[in-house]
Design a protein around this ligand. Structure first.
Ligand code: FES
Length: 215
């Protein structure tokens, strides 16, 4: 009897997620529609955890706050611990604020041989930060990245959803200047692109910054 009651409550929670009282859900209407479209491709709601986190990363301004993780858990009808486990496992989810542009320099073998650390040092010097830090004006975060699968054009720098090949200590400064002029917030663009690539139908119904034909 009690077991039945528990099952009924759990089932109802999974199909009709309820927000925890202390949280204000922040997903826009478009983001909710996009998520529900994605969920419809999976046998159970929680299987959409990866794209849900990308959407959350976009909706929460580029990084996953504890409230963002709770919102994903609520919308997927799963536990916060489970979502947190996924968010902390993959380095592509940002758990703290990033600069408006996240410069990820590949320092894996081929890029390292081709001078990736010279690029890193040039960027550190130009931006007056070290790897892992964000500039005081919030414009740039600098990180190392594992192989970006673009080894033929080493050294490679990823910024949001764009790869910049053949980067050297001199042309990396041009890249910084070009990015300064751009008005885009690149971490959110990456989240948009990845969700749409994973679930093509989402690009037609969901919000986000890209039109389907742009990806
Ligand atoms: S080693 Fe840098 S892209 Fe592969």
């Amino acid at each position: 009897m009690i077991q039945n009651g528990i099952n009924t409550l759990a089932d109802s929670y999974i199909t009709h997620p309820v927000a925890q009282p202390e949280d204000k859900m922040q997903f826009s209407e478009e983001a909710v529609a996009e998520l529900e479209e994605i969920i419809s491709h999976y046998p159970e709601r929680k299987a959409a955890c990866l794209p849900a986190l990308w959407i959350a990363q976009r909706e929460y301004g580029g990084h996953l706050t504890p409230a963002a993780i709770r919102e994903v858990a609520t919308r997927l009808g799963t536990s916060q611990t489970e979502v947190e486990g996924v968010a902390t496992f993959y380095t592509m989810y940002n758990l703290r604020p990033r600069g408006r542009h996240h410069l990820e320099v590949c320092t894996c073998l081929t890029c390292a041989v081709m001078g990736a650390y010279d690029v890193v040092h040039a960027l550190e010097h130009a931006l007056d930060i070290s790897i892992g830090e964000t500039t005081a004006d919030g414009e740039f975060t600098l990180s190392e990245a594992e192989c970006l699968n673009y080894c033929g054009n080493a050294t490679v720098v990823q910024v949001g959803d764009h790869y910049f090949p053949d980067i050297s200590p001199s042309n990396c400064l041009n890249l910084v200047e070009e990015l300064r002029k751009s008005e885009k917030y690149t971490p959110a663009l990456l989240a948009d692109s990845l969700v749409k690539i994973q679930t093509p139908g989402a690009s037609l119904k969901g919000g986000g910054s890209f039109k389907a034909e742009e990806i």
